[in-house]
Design a protein around this ligand. Structure first.
Ligand code: IFM
Length: 460
């Protein structure tokens, strides 16, 4: 890749000299997920996932888009690894497709496993650290047919998958994350129905969350046993909630928003209990928890992955909950999400204060969607550069406030299948032309590469 010589570091990606970003040990990477980029949904023995079923159901995704082809990464992974190396990033976060690597009867599918073995080997050969998520939402459909995450048995099936794949790939992974964003799997999958499998009952959502977390805890033990040199953690999406309301009920509404989004996951992981206020918010939805579950869920972690995107403004609903109220005149991304970097700083500092056993943090996702177009071979995504700059500054502020944050992954390496929003929403620092599968480095990608080259040169 040839960098555009007219683009200067000072112009738009310029962390101050004392920023943590300049430290060579601060990991800067890019992230993707299997279903969002791989395609090849019926090749080499891959079996159907809940997202194949959901996206093929009319009305579930924008324009009826599916992940059938996506970025065709399954066939283009070698050139995608070259692009990653050109970006000078220190790490790549990817996910493994459970239905690609495990047969219906729980046996390893060696052809699917070979894809990841080759990919991880190539990444390592380029000097990249490998961050592997086991579950980024693509549950095998046959497990959903038996009840999915609402059924406790799925947690045990997940542990078997973790056991199998960590034996197969031991030594090739720097960091294993069990789950990506259990909140979305549980709430959007089983509560709102916006995601696969599209169920809509909060009682399902809370039980699914418990089984996701139980599966996580069981998997942690397998990963540690099979791949002792690797770090083991989990990735949670977190949300900042504030209120424009003036009353105590509105303040409580904002508190409840964060409790529901953040503490619902972090308390069981780090305090071995669910926040009891949840059951007043969702009467009758307390999950069935068996003796010993919370100890399994609360197993020590090497890292906590934090995904952050936006702030939500809420007011009291006049009962025991909250209602979202959009703020006027604020900066928003193509998703309609408010750009609010200080929310990230605020949450990180709060987690550091509230959880004495908080493990080291990696920001495992942060980024924005914009309606990027290729013009004369270039993609000028200045809004993304500004977004990244401001969020990285927020991370730096949190580090200076004492939070142990060790890395940051941009979501995403390339434009991809944005779940219910299909291909219209573009999160990548690399543009993908889905008709030709042509990849074009956006301006943000070039600046990140340039910054990392400069960092390497100044710290060599
Ligand atoms: O694309 C998703 C990703 O799969 C999970 N975290 C949020 C991203 C943007 O919506």
């Amino acid at each position: 890749m040839v960098l555009d010589a007219s683009v200067t570091l000072e112009e738009s990606f310029s962390p101050p000299a004392d920023s943590v970003l300049w430290r060579p040990e601060f990991l800067l990477g890019a992230a993707t997920a299997a279903y969002q980029i791989e395609g090849a949904i019926a090749e080499d023995g891959r079996i159907p996932s809940i997202w194949d079923t959901f996206s093929a159901t009319p009305g579930k995704t924008l324009a009826g888009d599916t992940g059938d082809i996506a970025c065709d990464h399954y066939h283009r992974w070698q050139s995608d690894v070259e692009l990653l190396a050109d970006l000078n990033v220190g790490a790549y976060r990817l996910s493994i497709s459970w239905p690609r690597v495990m047969t219906r009867d729980g046996q390893p599918n060696q052809k699917g496993i070979a894809f990841y073995r080759n990919l991880l080997t190539a990444l390592r050969a380029k000097g990249l650290k490998t961050w592997v998520t086991l579950y980024h939402w693509d549950l095998p459909q046959h497990l959903e047919d038996k009840g999915g995450w609402v059924d406790r048995d799925t947690a045990y099936r997940f542990a078997e998958y973790a056991d199998m794949i960590s034996r197969e790939l031991a030594g090739l992974v720097d960091a294993w994350a069990t789950l990506n964003e259990p909140w979305c799997s549980a709430m959007h999958g089983y509560g709102t129905g916006h995601h696969a499998p599209g169920k809509t009952d909060v009682v399902f959502a809370t039980q699914a969350m418990h089984h996701l977390l139980l599966g996580h805890g069981l998997a942690v033990a397998q990963l540690r046993a099979n791949d002792p040199a690797a770090q083991v953690g989990i990735v949670a999406n977190v949300g900042r909630g504030t209120t424009t309301g003036s009353g105590a009920a509105d303040q409580r509404a904002a508190w409840l928003f964060e409790l529901q989004h953040n503490n619902w996951i972090l308390d069981p992981l780090l305090k071995k209990s669910y926040p009891s206020a949840l059951w007043a918010l969702w009467p009758g939805a307390e999950p069935m928890v068996l003796d010993g579950d919370m100890d399994i869920i609360g197993a020590p972690l090497d890292f906590l992955g934090i995904n952050y995107y936006f702030r939500t403004n809420v007011v009291s609903d006049g009962k025991n909950g909250y209602t979202e109220v959009d703020l006027e005149g604020v900066e928003r991304t193509q998703m309609g999400w408010e750009v609010h970097p200080d929310g990230l700083r605020h949450l990180l500092v709060g987690f550091h204060r509230d959880y004495p056993n908080l493990p080291p943090i990696y920001i495992t996702e942060n980024g924005m969607a914009s309606d990027d177009k290729v013009v004369d071979g270039e993609v000028d995504d200045r809004s993304r550069i500004s977004f990244l700059n401001r969020h990285l500054a927020a991370v730096d502020q949190a580090v200076k406030a004492g939070v142990d944050i060790r890395g940051y992954f941009i979501w995403s390496l390339m434009d991809n299948f944005e779940w219910a929003f299909g291909y219209e929403r573009r999160f990548g620092i690399i543009h993908v032309d889905y008709a030709t599968q042509q990849r074009t480095l956006k301006r943000s990608a070039k600046l990140v590469a340039q910054f990392l080259a400069q960092r390497a040169a100044t710290t060599a």
